[in-house]
Design a protein around this ligand. Sequence first.
Ligand code: FE2
Ligand code: FE2
Length: 204
Amino acid sequence: MVAKSKKKPLTPAEAKAKAVAKAKVIAPDVPARIGQTPENDLRGLPDVFGRLVEDHDRHRALLAMIEATNGADEERHALFEELVRELKSHAAAEEQALWSTVLRNPETTEFARHAVAEHKQIDKMLDDLAARDMGKRKWMERFGDLKEEYLHHIREEEQEQFVESAKILSDADRQHMRAVFERRKKEEKAAAEMTPKLKIKAIA
Ligand SMILES: [Fe+2]
Ligand SMILES: [Fe+2]
């Protein structure tokens, strides 16, 4: 039997608008031009995948907003700190709620392993950016590398790894995982902090 969810599905446009509004709370005056997002059938679903895509859209907005800031102004600092805490807590909660289960099924081990390995690389880039001068032009170049890496990561999750995971999960699993994700994300975000550390060589 399929477990009943109290949540109603949102349309993709409603789900995206809700996610962008959450990012805008940090700096309401900074534009969040996320443009076209890659197609997927998961946006707005009342299960773990809809919830994860909502976070991804929130992250797309934060990335676009940081790019719209100038120099080392207050808003850039606040948005970058929010991005770090969001990305770290999202990745940890995603691993606990979804990837741990997907990892132990031999049919999907490889998909989970791929996503988790990318989390590690993204963490390294965040630590490196946190250790550098945000007012410099080079900082924005390095930030551009992080943005590219992260957009690649979430597009691939939405179009490949989530799709493959959905094949081995029941509706009840997907709803239960949403609740686990919600709880873990809150706790992880409360504990998340910037951990500045130079880890990536100079760029030419
Ligand atoms: Fe991820
Ligand atoms: Fe994700």
